[in-house]
Design a protein around this ligand. Structure first.
Ligand code: PLP
Length: 320
């Protein structure tokens, strides 16, 4: 699979508009908003934007590792698919968005970055209730890479709680449209914190395991991998696990994953652009198998990060 996002031209980088640097706690990064590149502290949107008022937005997040985008083409496919399904339009094509993402990273100077492209419904000049009157707004930003799991958690595995909250069903919101409908996930997180866990999984409408705040989940049983099939974002890291398993000759398939199956698994891990493949060793206070990070998880984690230097899976940021 080849990716075609390298900037062809050698144009000088655009300038960063530096009207007033807010010294407060914004991550160090660069945003693109209304045709300008800005420090994160300057990237502001109207409170009348439907993205803010109604969660009417779609987005995608890709990461840069060692100065290279990982699988940017797949993230662009998902983002443009979401725009189309939500009937949003932006004044940039795929190449234009690619160039903006490269510029945000290059201007930030980050070699490990969390890079987001997003589009909100925008606001209507007359505050009309008709979404067709709103002017859609495209934005992007690059901030330092962040992970769901910290270094210690990656080493020993995450402690997860299964909340009884139900993820918004696909008949309401197509989960393939990456979105900010996170109240179910955030309520699940509070359930997890209340029970002394570090993060949460929520359920699908049939009572099976769905996903967590910003990640998919896999279990390994007798050498075979499965991950919830329905009601979840088709994550790019999830897809990458399938691709790695195909290369390695491991069996992996989407399926219903019951709460019992997850508890009785040999290994469990979660997947996200924010952190990659991350082990889970405890669910609801009980250890998974012997409570140690398992061999399949460790092997996939190593392969995943190795692919970040492979030109078939990654492409270099054009730094100045
Ligand atoms: N599920 C949800 C709800 C997410 O928000 C995310 C990522 O943000 C994921 C799963 C993982 O998707 P990806 O691997 O594309 O980062």
């Amino acid at each position: 699979m080849s990716q075609t996002m390298a900037r062809q031209d050698a144009k000088p980088l655009p300038t960063v508009s530096d009207r007033h640097i807010d010294p407060h706690s914004y991550p160090d990064g660069i945003a693109f908003l209304d045709g300008q590149y800005l420090p994160m502290s300057q990237a502001k949107v109207s409170v009348l934007d439907w993205g803010f008022l109604h969660s009417d937005a779609t987005y995608d997040t890709v990461h840069v590792w060692n100065g290279r985008f990982f699988r940017l083409d797949l993230h662009l496919d998902r983002f443009f698919g979401g725009l189309e399904k939500l009937r949003m339009t932006i004044p940039f094509d795929r190449q234009g968005v690619t160039e903006i993402l490269h510029n945000c990273v290059a201007l930030s100077g980050h070699r490990a970055a969390y890079v987001e492209m997003l589009c909100t419904r925008g606001a209507s000049p007359t505050f009309s209730r008709d979404p067709r009157q709103a002017v859609n707004r495209f934005m992007a930003f690059a901030v330092p890479f962040g992970s769901v799991a910290n270094a210690e958690q990656l080493q020993r595995g995450l402690r997860v709680a299964i909340s009884d909250k139900v993820r918004i069903p696909p008949a309401s919101i197509d989960p393939a449209i990456k979105n900010y409908h996170w109240l179910d996930l955030v309520r699940g997180l509070y359930d997890a914190y209340d029970r002394g866990a570090e993060t949460a999984l929520v359920l699908d409408f049939n009572g099976n395991v769905a996903e967590g705040p910003g990640f998919n989940v896999f279990c390994v049983k007798d050498g075979e991998l499965s991950t919830p099939a329905i009601g979840v974002l088709p994550g790019i890291t999830r897809r990458t696990v399938f691709d790695l398993c195909a290369e390695e000759g491991l069996a992996a398939a989407p399926a219903d994953v019951s709460v019992a199956a997850l508890r009785e698994a040999d290994e469990v891990f979660i997947t996200s652009t924010a952190g990659g493949i991350m082990p889970v060793t405890e669910i609801d206070g009980a250890r998974i198998a012997n409570g140690e990070v398992g061999p399949v998880t460790s092997r996939l984690m190593a392969l995943y990060w190795r692919k970040h230097d492979d030109p078939a899976w990654s492409s270099p940021v054009q730094y100045p």
